[in-house]
Write a protein that binds this ligand. Structure first.
Ligand SMILES: Cc1cc2nc3c(=O)[nH]c(=O)nc-3n(C[C@H](O)[C@H](O)[C@H](O)COP(=O)(O)O)c2cc1C
Length: 190
């Protein structure tokens, strides 16, 4: 699949088939992840690939708790009806773990930004696109307390569980949520 086509046609998937995912395809996703840019090439990421459904169930429990908080705190009317069963259905979970000590030049500036988070996000996007170009679908999940994910996946306190990527073959893929036009987002300075 051509790169721009992959970018424009990738969709978040919230309904996966139970079909097993080939480990070679997951490996390709991970190889694409580690070729992402990172500040000073610090490569501030680690990955856990979980295929034992016990992890899906534990994560679903944690996300249900997080969802309750969101319902209470956000006021988002659609939230109570938002189903998160895809967490139990996804055949593969990839936990993306950032290392907050591995930043680049930006850490020494007056207002330091957290380069490790930006690099992990780049790695995630590369994985999503690599999955899509191999016929897989993904969901970038952030609906969890980091403490729960540390407990479930045995991640130490000094590491930052950035996101969990649900991976599988798509059963249903929704339409692209609308985007605001470039004219509202871009300023050209000639
Ligand atoms: C940082 C981040 C966190 C996200 N967390 C969640 C999540 O917890 N649950 C979920 O269903 N989707 C999550 N998403 C997916 C977005 O809802 C989705 O990307 C957005 O609605 C646009 O749809 P598309 O991915 O199909 O283009 C997340 C996306 C990003 C970038």
């Amino acid at each position: 699949m051509e790169c721009i086509e992959a970018i424009l046609t990738r969709r978040s998937c919230r309904k996966f088939k139970s079909q097993e995912v080939e480990s070679e395809k997951i490996k390709t996703m991970l190889e694409c992840a580690i070729f992402s840019p990172s500040p000073a090439n610090k490569q501030p990421w680690d990955f856990i690939v979980a295929t034992n459904p016990d992890y899906n169930h534990l994560l679903k429990e944690a996300s249900d708790e997080a969802k309750k908080k969101l319902v209470e705190r956000s006021g988002w009317k659609w939230m109570p009806k938002f189903k998160i069963d895809f967490i139990t259905e996804a055949p593969v979970l990839i936990v993306v773990i950032g290392d907050p000590t591995r930043n680049g030049a930006e850490q020494f500036l007056d207002v330091p930004s957290q380069g490790y988070q930006q690099a992990c996000s780049a790695a995630i996007q590369n994985m999503l696109l690599a999955a899509h170009s191999q016929g897989l679908s993904t969901l970038w999940l952030s609906l969890f307390e980091k403490s729960d994910v540390r407990r479930i996946f045995n991640i130490s306190q000094d590491k930052d569980p950035i996101a969990i990527i649900c991976v599988g073959y798509p059963d249903v893929i929704g339409d692209a949520p609308p985007r605001k036009g470039l004219e509202t987002k871009v300023t050209y300075l000639d």
